[in-house]
Design a protein around this ligand. Structure first.
Ligand code: HEC
Length: 134
């Protein structure tokens, strides 16, 4: 019984942690380097992007509109008023662990805020910022 429990735990554990936030950030940086060789992600640029008022989107004008000024705080969807779990992996272990999930929400939220997809550089900077918030 005990051994079986440990085995199941390891299986679940290894799937859930297939990607760490750092690995996802590394992936995003690699993608950015394909369009801009030598690119390094900047948490400072990422924070500016996170807080900036953008134009072009229909739903909101900044990432902070739904995710609040603090990535460690619980957010709130400005239209549906539904709660959004914090974005920062330092307080929310689910975040930046599933590349498909990350891509899906980047695509959707960037369209809503900027009216276009985010560039690979913007995504890497954004992730660098959110991961840096301890
Ligand atoms: C209109 C509200 C809204 C705005 C504005 C918004 N988001 Fe989000 N975001 C969401 C929701 C809803 C989720 C997913 C809910 C959940 O997973 O709890 C989410 C999740 C994410 C995730 C998923 C992270 C993960 O690993 O789970 C990323 C990345 C993200 N948003 C990036 C952005 C960026 C970049 C911007 C600004 C360009 C932005 N968001 C603006 C509502 C918003």
């Amino acid at each position: 019984m005990k051994t079986r429990y440990v085995f199941v735990f390891m299986l679940v554990g290894s799937t859930a942690w297939a990607n760490s936030p750092q690995q996802i950030l590394d992936l995003l940086v690699q993608e950015a380097r394909q369009v801009q060789p030598g690119f390094t992600a900047s948490a400072t640029r990422g924070e500016q992007f996170y807080r900036a008022k953008h134009t072009g989107g229909k739903e909101a004008d900044s990432c902070a509109s739904c995710h609040t000024d603090n990535p460690k705080a619980e957010g709130k969807h400005i239209k549906t008023h539904k709660a959004i779990e914090p974005l920062a992996p330092s307080v929310n272990k689910q975040r930046f662990t599933d590349p498909a999930q990350v891509e899906k929400w980047f695509r959707r939220n960037c369209r809503e805020v900027l009216g276009r997809v985010c560039t690979p550089q913007e995504k890497a900077d954004f992730a660098a910022y959110v991961l840096s918030v301890k």
